[in-house]
Design a protein around this ligand. Structure first.
Ligand code: FO1
Length: 308
């Protein structure tokens, strides 16, 4: 069975890990948000791609949600001594990834090509595709002014109230090689329980990707990021309130209308009414068994919907 999954970082990576235990090798293709990417200290950091790489390689720091397990921080300590910017933490081992990626990209290699090399180096079975090889940058208009995403998210800890979100550069971005083929060639397309506004919307905004989801014969199933009226992780609930959106599954269903055929929601939560198929399951993902259970539930719903 071939599966394409649209994903951001932390929450999405959990589902992708679950899917990787059910779907064989490169029959699983993760299409990853890159609008969180930025240059920091001259390095190209690609947070969601990094989280996917570390998670599927078994190297992720599960407690922190980003970066590597067993990380050391000598570089940051030395940087601080010299008065360097320390609001964004780069661990010693993590640094190797950013240095190699940046050097490769400066030589003209694409983000996709260098990501593929890391996938190989760590014997990851699934394919990890950045949504695009052209730069797309999330910027948020807030009550404290317009902020690049990482300044808002990490430095300001999502404190400023968000008025609107833009994906700068997206109009001229193209889907990375293999993205459209993965969506059209899939037996099921899954939208991970990542932040719809910050992690999935940038992917859908890349010209051609939304259209390929609308036209693929494969059933498209989203796993709702809402559990018990709360966003499972991150700033989503706060952001939804600031954007005057209700925090419930009806809102998620409306947001993905035209793109998804089915929505997997947490058991006991409100089921949205309307055209899309809805299934309930325990969607919390703490253990690997949880992640596999949610992956199976999403694929079961896709199978129930069937091909167009
Ligand atoms: N998130 C933080 O909250 N603080 C950090 O210092 C931080 C460093 C970092 C370094 C590399 C990387 O790949 C990710 C990192 N993140 C950090 C996570 C990341 O910026 C956000 O979680 C995502 O952009 C949101 O999806």
């Amino acid at each position: 069975m071939k599966v394409a999954v649209l994903t951001g970082g932390v929450g999405g990576a959990k589902l992708v890990l679950g899917l990787s235990r059910v779907v064989h090798g490169s029959d699983l293709v993760a299409i990853v948000n890159t609008a969180d990417d930025f240059r920091h200290l001259g390095l190209h950091v690609s947070p969601d791609v990094d989280t996917l790489l570390y998670t599927l390689a078994g190297k992720a720091n599960a407690v922190q949600g980003w970066g590597r397990e067993g990380e050391t921080w000598s570089f940051m300590a030395a940087l601080r001594e010299l008065g360097g910017e320390d609001w964004f933490l780069l661990g010693d081992h993590d640094l190797a990834l950013h240095v190699l990626r940046t050097a490769a990209m400066l030589r003209g290699e694409t983000l996709s090509a260098v990501t593929h090399r890391f996938v190989r180096a760590w014997s990851i079975g699934a394919e990890i595709l950045p949504m695009s090889d052209q730069p797309v940058t999330t910027e948020v208009e807030t009550d404290a002014g317009r902020l690049p995403f990482q300044k808002y998210f990490v430095e300001q800890r999502c404190a400023p109230a968000v008025r609107c979100i833009s994906f700068v550069g997206v109009e001229v971005a193209r889907p990375a090689a293999g993205v459209i083929e993965a969506i059209h060639g899939a037996d099921a397309v899954i939208v991970a329980p990542s932040n719809p506004f910050l992690s999935i919307d940038p992917i859908l905004a890349v010209p051609g990707i939304r259209q390929s989801l609308e036209t693929t014969a494969a059933p498209v199933v989203a796993v709702s990021p809402i559990v018990g009226g709360q966003a499972v992780k991150g700033p989503m609930a706060k952001l939804m309130r600031e954007l005057d959106l209700e925090v419930n599954n009806a809102m998620i269903a409306r947001h993905y209308a035209g793109v998804v055929d089915g929505l997997l929601i947490n058991e006991g939560d409100d089921a949205p009414e309307g055209a899309i198929a809805v299934e309930q399951a325990d969607t919390m993902m703490h253990t690997i068994a949880d992640k596999v259970r949610v992956a199976r539930a999403a694929l079961d719903l896709a199978q129930r919907i069937g091909r167009a």
